[in-house]
Design a binder for this molecule. Structure first.
Ligand code: GUN
Length: 288
């Protein structure tokens, strides 16, 4: 079998088209959805991500601000930035780019963001809401994966989904979203014995490890759907995922490439969450 490629770039463009008219409608009602990004330090990868996020906001007609701070910033100073943004009515979404320098407690910072402006979906309140099936801001990467599967019309009910990786940003919440969609979920991670035994049973494999060639054709049953969340570099410096793309695409039914797979979806879902936050703030204004 040769897999069909799930083109994340195309799906992301379609979703962004819809968002563009949502932003237009909100603007006509006096609300310009606003995203604030805080970048601490000068990590190269973070700078690129942040630039892409800002560019995407501007393309949709959203308001976006970037607060750049030095790596020596204290935790108290960062908390003050967040408190100011929590109170700023022109800002509907706040994103603190991770990772933060070691002297800053990430959990404390995430908890300082108002849950109603937590467009990353990392605040424990949003995670709890997601787990209990309530309306919540969903973490952007797993949310993007779900939207991709929806776009290809893949029915998840009763399917066995094997998640490889258990990060707070991707693996753990991805499993929860699949569970909410009535799939059966197995989590695998660095301490899992016999990874192949588990992945071989999967109807859907989500690779979110951060190590290239983690999933080879030996890990995949015929016709499985393979979602690659990895972002790595090969020996020639080219972007690649966690999946050995060439060989796995001979066995899978659907596969996401890297680049142009899950990556463009992550930013798109951030924009979607920010539009949602803006709409909710409008609803709250109307109720008040
Ligand atoms: N660093 C890498 N991915 C992310 C993300 O989705 N959100 C934030 N805030 N930081 C990140």
């Amino acid at each position: 079998m040769t897999a069909q490629i799930i083109n994340g770039k195309e799906i992301a463009e379609k979703v962004r088209e819809g968002l563009k008219s949502d932003v237009q409608e909100l603007r006509e009602n006096g609300i310009v959805p606003g995203l604030a990004v805080i970048l601490v330090g000068d990590n190269q990868a973070s700078q690129t991500y942040v630039r892409n996020k800002q560019k995407a906001c501007e393309e949709l007609g959203m308001h976006s601000i970037l607060i750049k701070r030095s790596a020596e910033l204290t935790e108290e100073e960062l908390m003050k930035d967040i408190q100011d943004l929590n109170l700023d009515d022109s800002i509907h979404g706040i994103l603190v780019q991770l990772p933060l320098p070691g002297h800053i407690n990430e959990k404390k910072i995430i908890e300082a963001i108002s849950p109603e402006k937590d467009v990353d979906g990392f605040h424990p309140i949003n995670i709890g809401r997601m787990m209990t099936g309530q309306d919540a801001f969903l973490p952007c990467t797993p949310y993007g994966v779900m939207v991709m599967l929806e776009h290809i019309g893949y029915e998840l009910e009763g399917r066995h989904v094997v998640i490889v990786g258990r990060s707070n940003i991707v693996g753990k919440p991805a499993g929860q979203l699949f569970l909410n969609a009535n799939a059966t979920v197995t989590y695998c991670h660095s301490k899992t014995n016999d990874l192949i035994y588990h992945t071989k049973q999967a109807d859907v494999i989500v690779a979110a490890v951060g190590k290239r060639n983690t999933i080879t054709s030996d890990h995949v049953k015929d016709g499985a759907v393979v979602i690659d969340v990895g972002m790595n570099r090969d020996e020639d410096g080219r972007l690649c995922g966690d999946v050995a793309f060439e060989e796995v695409s001979q066995k899978a039914s659907y596969i996401t490439p890297v680049p142009k797979g899950v990556g463009p979806m992550t930013i798109t879902m951030l924009l979607q969450n920010t539009v949602k936050a803006a709409r909710k703030s409008k609803e709250l204004q109307l109720k008040a």
